[in-house]
Design a protein around this ligand. Structure first.
Ligand code: SF4
Length: 188
């Protein structure tokens, strides 16, 4: 059977591949159009996301939506997901075993959507493409691999706690339309 985003989401919703399945309320597969040009990867669901089964729907999500509005886009145009699909208890960092167990779902989502801009939010998704780097040093520095541009940004939750990081994130976001234009793709 051909793979699909719906199939990945169905598998995620009943997944018991790591211990996060025991403490989650709902798994959060991610959402967005199958042909999204921009693909955001966060860390893991927080409390509100765990309750609603949707990514970035709390304060971080509202900030992300305002950043998208600033560049003339909205969340219906982008794919949004996380490196782990179930909430780590008390919002602790995901553990290596959990990241490894969940990795295949994200790999499949990216392979299916085939975005031209992949935006990492925070250090756990940054680590996939910029191993060993420090987000404070490399945020906003684009790496191009083939047709895809990888853009490391602060996590919105971290940016909300720091005026300087919030300003940096707003500035870094302006790269997204530029990268889309260079790729020849519009927002969708
Ligand atoms: S975090 Fe990922 S691997 Fe772990 S139970 Fe949830 S979906 Fe499965």
């Amino acid at each position: 059977m051909d793979d699909s985003l719906e199939r990945v989401a169905s598998e995620v919703r009943i997944c018991i591949k790591c211990p996060l399945s025991e403490t989650r309320t709902q798994a959060v597969p991610g959402e967005g159009p199958a042909n999204a040009a921009v693909f955001f990867i966060g860390e893991g669901p927080g409390r509100t996301e765990d309750e609603k089964g949707r990514p970035f729907v709390g304060a971080s999500g509202r900030f992300l939506e305002s950043l998208l509005r600033d560049i003339g886009m909205d969340r219906s145009q982008v794919f949004i997901t996380n490196v782990v699909k179930c909430r780590p208890p008390d919002n602790r960092d995901p553990k290596p075993l959990e990241l490894a167990a969940c990795r295949d779902y994200l790999d499949r989502q990216i392979a299916l959507v085939r975005p031209v801009v992949v935006v990492t939010l925070g250090r756990y998704s940054m680590e996939r493409y910029f191993p060993g780097a420090a987000i404070t040093k490399i945020h906003g520095q684009v790496k191009r691999i083939g047709e895809v541009s990888y853009l490391p940004l602060f996590h919105p939750a971290a940016a909300l706690r720091s005026d300087a990081w919030r300003a940096a994130m707003k500035e870094d976001f302006k790269l997204i339309p530029k990268l889309l234009s260079e790729s020849g793709r519009s927002g969708l």
